[in-house]
Unconditional design. Structure first.
Lengths: 299, 245
C-alpha cells in the first residue's frame, strides 16, 4: 500500500512538473530571440521624426525610442539582460517582406496599420495617429487637393498616400502627374528643386521633412486630411505571445506618461539634424491613444 | 515559411488606373524595351564615331575620344544617372532650369535615362569598335589609300564593313547589358519593368510572384535579343574570314 502511495505521489508530482515545463515552452519570435540571443529591429532611414539617421549616423526618433522600451520589456520578460539588438534599415517597399521572412522581428517606424496589411502582418498597439496632407511652398497657390489639378505632385513609393493620390487622380479626373520617389528624403528633394508643386504624405512626416529645408519658413503643411491613419509596430502574424509582450510594453509607456515625454522630446523640442523644433502639438487622436492604447486600424 | 502563394494577383484589378497588375507589368516591359532600344541607337551612333576617332592619324582627335571613353567608363552608372537627372537642371540658367522642370515628369525621367544609358554604353561600344578596327590587317587601310580613296572613304567602304562583322559578338553582349542596366533607371522614378515589379510588391504584398514575373520578362527579352543577333551574325559573316566556315 505504502509503495502504491509513493508511486502515486511520484507520478502526480512528475505530471505537475511536466505541465509547468510545458507552460515555459517558447514559440515563434520569442523562441527565436531566446535561442539566438539577439533581436532584429527594423528602422527607417529618413522618416523624421519617427525613425531616422541623425547627423552622426545613429538611429534616433520617436518610434525608435518606443521600440527600445519594448526591447527593455523583452529583456525583463525573457530574463536576457544581455540581449543583443541588430538594427536593420528598411524601406517602405521592403518592410513587409522582411518582417514576413524573419529578417526583421519587429519594425517601429511610420508604418500605417490598415486592414489590408493585417492580412500579411500583425500590428502592435498604435503608437501614433496622422492625417495625410500636402507640403507646399507658401507662395505656390496650392491650399487644398483640388488646387493640384493638372500639376506635378510627388509622393513616396509604397505608401498609403501613393494609393490615395492615384485613386483621387482617377476618380476626380484631376490630371495630375504623380512622381513616386524612393523615400521621403528624395520626395522632398523633388519638391524643393521645383519638379513638383506639392508633396503628399502623413502630416507628421511632412513636418519632419520641413525640418530639413534650407528655409523652413517658406513651407506649409496644408489641405484637408484625405485619411486618418494609425501607426503601429509591425510583427509577424499569428504570434500572440510576442504581440502580448510588445502591446503590454507600449501600453505601459503610454499610460504611465513616458510616451508623452518622448512625444515632447521629438515633436516639441529641437531635434537633429538641424536642431529645428517641429512645434507639432499633440492631436486629440494621439491623446486618445495614450489614454486607451489599442491596435485598431482606422479603416 | 508561412507565405501564401497567389498567382491570381496578375489578373486582379489595380486600385487605380482601371488596369490589371499584369497590365502594369506589360507597361513596364514596354517602357524598358523603348528606353533600351532608343539608348542602343544613341550608343551605336556615338560609340562608332568615337571608336573611329580613336584610330585616326590625328593625335588630338585620338586623345579627345580617349578622354570621352575614360570619363564615361569610370563614373558608375547610377552616379551618372543622378547627375543627368538631378544636377543638370540645376546647372542650367534659372529660367531654363525651371521651365525644364515643369515639363511632364515621365518625359524628364525618360530623357535623363536615355542620355545616361546611351552615353554610358557608347563608351564601351567605342572600345569594341576600336578593337575591331585595330584587329584588321594594316594592309587593308594602306590598300584603300593606295587605290586613291580618301581616309573617310577607306573607313566607309573597306575598314568599317569588316570591323563591324568582327565585333558582332561583343556588341551582342553590350546590347544585352543595356537592357539589364535600364533597371537602374528605376531609381529616378521611371516606371520601367523593375520599378513596376516593386510597385506590384507594394500594392499586393506578394514579392515572390512579382519578382519571378519580372525575371521571366527579362529572360524573354534576352532570348529575343540573342536570337536576333545570332541571325545578324550568320547572315552578315564573310565566309572563310574568321576561323571556321
Amino acid at each position: 500500500m505504502k509503495r502504491y502511495i509513493h508511486l502515486a505521489l511520484f507520478l502526480s508530482t512528475a505530471t505537475l512538473l511536466t505541465n509547468v515545463a510545458c507552460a515555459q515552452e517558447l514559440t515563434g519570435t520569442l523562441k527565436k530571440i531566446k535561442d539566438s540571443g539577439n533581436i532584429a529591429l527594423g528602422h527607417r532611414e529618413s522618416s523624421i521624426p519617427f525613425s531616422y539617421y541623425d547627423d552622426k549616423q545613429q538611429v534616433v526618433g520617436y518610434s525608435q525610442e518606443l521600440m527600445l522600451k519594448v526591447v527593455d520589456a523583452l529583456k525583463a520578460e525573457l530574463k536576457l539582460p544581455a540581449l543583443q539588438t541588430k538594427l536593420v534599415p528598411v524601406t517602405s517597399q521592403n518592410r513587409i517582406p522582411l518582417v514576413q521572412n524573419g529578417t526583421v522581428d519587429i519594425e517601429c517606424g511610420s508604418t500605417t496599420n490598415n486592414t489590408e496589411r493585417q492580412k500579411q502582418v500583425a500590428f502592435s498597439n498604435s503608437i501614433f495617429a496622422i492625417g495625410t496632407r500636402l507640403l507646399t511652398r507658401k507662395d505656390s497657390g496650392v491650399r487644398d487637393f483640388a488646387d493640384l489639378a493638372g500639376r506635378n505632385v510627388v509622393t513616396t513609393a509604397g505608401t498609403t498616400s501613393e494609393r490615395l493620390i492615384r485613386k483621387m487622380n482617377d476618380d476626380k479626373k484631376l490630371n495630375m502627374s504623380i512622381i513616386s520617389a524612393k523615400d521621403h528624403g528624395e520626395s522632398f528633394l523633388t519638391l524643393e528643386t521645383g519638379r513638383a508643386v506639392a508633396f503628399m504624405m502623413d502630416d507628421a512626416l511632412l513636418y519632419g521633412e520641413l525640418a530639413k529645408a534650407k528655409k523652413p519658413g517658406d513651407w506649409i503643411v496644408t489641405g484637408t486630411p484625405q485619411s486618418l491613419e494609425a501607426y503601429g509596430c509591425m510583427l509577424r502574424k499569428d504570434d500572440a505571445a510576442f504581440k502580448k509582450i510588445v502591446d503590454a510594453a507600449l501600453a505601459k509607456a503610454m499610460t504611465s506618461g513616458e510616451a508623452e515625454k518622448i512625444y515632447k522630446k521629438w515633436f516639441q523640442s529641437p531635434i537633429p539634424p538641424k536642431g529645428l523644433n517641429l512645434n507639432f502639438p499633440m492631436s486629440d487622436d494621439v491623446a486618445k491613444l495614450y489614454k486607451s492604447p489599442n491596435d485598431k486600424a482606422y479603416d | 515559411m508561412g507565405y501564401h502563394w497567389n498567382w491570381q494577383i496578375f489578373l486582379s484589378a489595380t486600385p487605380s488606373g482601371g488596369d490589371t497588375y499584369l497590365g502594369w507589368m506589360l507597361a513596364g516591359l514596354k517602357m524598358t524595351v523603348a528606353l533600351s532600344l532608343a539608348a542602343w541607337v544613341l550608343a551605336l551612333l556615338v560609340g562608332a564615331l568615337m571608336g573611329v576617332l580613336r584610330t585616326v592619324p590625328s593625335k588630338a582627335l585620338q586623345r579627345l575620344a580617349g578622354a570621352y571613353v575614360e570619363l564615361f567608363r569610370n563614373i558608375p552608372l547610377l552616379v551618372q544617372l543622378f547627375l543627368w537627372y538631378f544636377v543638370l537642371p540645376e546647372l542650367l540658367p534659372t529660367a531654363w532650369g525651371n521651365a525644364y522642370k515643369q515639363i511632364n515628369p515621365v518625359l524628364q525621367q525618360f530623357l535623363a535615362a536615355w542620355i545616361c544609358l546611351g552615353l554610358f554604353t557608347s563608351a564601351r561600344v567605342c572600345e569594341q569598335v576600336r578593337a575591331g578596327i585595330e584587329s584588321l590587317p594594316p594592309g587593308q587601310k594602306n590598300a584603300g589609300l593606295a587605290l586613291g580613296l580618301t581616309l573617310p572613304q577607306t573607313y566607309r567602304h573597306v575598314m568599317l564593313p569588316m570591323a563591324a562583322r568582327l565585333v558582332v559578338p561583343p556588341l551582342t553582349s553590350e546590347f544585352l547589358n543595356i537592357f539589364k542596366n535600364s533597371a537602374v533607371c528605376s531609381t529616378i522614378g521611371l516606371l520601367e519593368l523593375a520599378a513596376q515589379g516593386r510597385q506590384l510588391v507594394d500594392y499586393t504584398a506578394q514579392p515572390y510572384e512579382s519578382f519571378i514575373a519580372v525575371t521571366l520578362m527579362y529572360v524573354l527579352i534576352n532570348v529575343v535579343v540573342m536570337t536576333l543577333m545570332h541571325h545578324v551574325e550568320t547572315h552578315t559573316r564573310v565566309p572563310g574570314y574568321i576561323g571556321k566556315r
